[in-house]
Design a binder for this molecule. Sequence first.
Ligand code: PEP
Ligand code: MN
Length: 345
Amino acid sequence: MLILMQSDHTKKQLSDVLAKVRKLKLQPHVIPGKQSVAVGITGNSGALDPHLFDGLPGVREAVRVSRPYKLSGRDFKHEDTIVPIGPYNLGGPDLIVIAGPCAVESEEQMLRIAHAVKKAGAQMLRGGAFKPRTSPYAFQGLGKKGLQLLAKARKETGLPIVTEVLDQRSLEDVAEYADVLQVGARNMQNFALLKEIGKLRKPVMLKRGLSATLDEWLMSAEYLLSEGNKNVFLCERGIRAFSDHARNTLDLNAVPAIKELSHLPIIVDPSHATGVRARVAPMARAAVAAGAHGLMIEVHDRPDQALCDGPQALHPDDFAVLMRDIAAISAAIGGGLAVPKYGAK
Ligand code: PEP
Ligand code: MN
């Protein structure tokens, strides 16, 4: 439900509306607008009767919001959300590129690759310390030691770090070190984890589930937002379809579709979406052309020795070429690569 206030409503009339919403054990969200103020309501499990509100003094109209996601949709908040991360803003016209290895493997590996992606112009560094692997026998990540190595790489390069949180047990540790908490595709509907992350204020990158619809994805974002964490952005990483030529099917159509439905920034991960090194750059360029706010790219300087996802990792030299190409594509559609807001290293 969205309550539209008259343009000449008084403060008292607005606070009476808020009190009435709270009395119904629901949560009001004041939404300032160009003409007047609106009040969005969340917390109701079924549809609310507009007559509960539309006769109140100062109220112009109460309208039903048909979409189940309220805080992540555009009905309650029309303007694009900007997520501040270190010296960057994600969600505006300027592209953010998150790059690094699939997994943190050792100090030398992490530092070498961190410097290489920084040199190529990446804005942020990725690396998994806790890895969700299909096989329990595969490398599971270095855990807390991996987080400490990421922190070292951040200290040396100044790049904010993005790393995955697998479960509630490790959340506190991951949140202590990460600049962005990554929720992986397999955890997109781990609602207990989403609720805990929602209580923090740290930026969250929510990857799309392997077979999630856009509604399901935005409902998962709603879990984060409804707990109070507004620093949420989405990452399209390919979905499971019938194609047998790639690891996943990159749903680039999701980029303009999400931008229509939601105010949250959306980035694209062409590495997991293709699984094949030679296809990463073409799909990264396409994602930028489609209007993505950023990219996440796996980079490894010795991919044949990588403990995880070597076949899809770009060599730093190829990554540097890609950075130049996407800068040109972004410029052609009114953007560019993001530059630090203040003197980052
Ligand atoms: C990753 O980014 O390393 C990862 C495991 O991705 P996804 O959750 O998309 O499979
Ligand atoms: Mn990976």
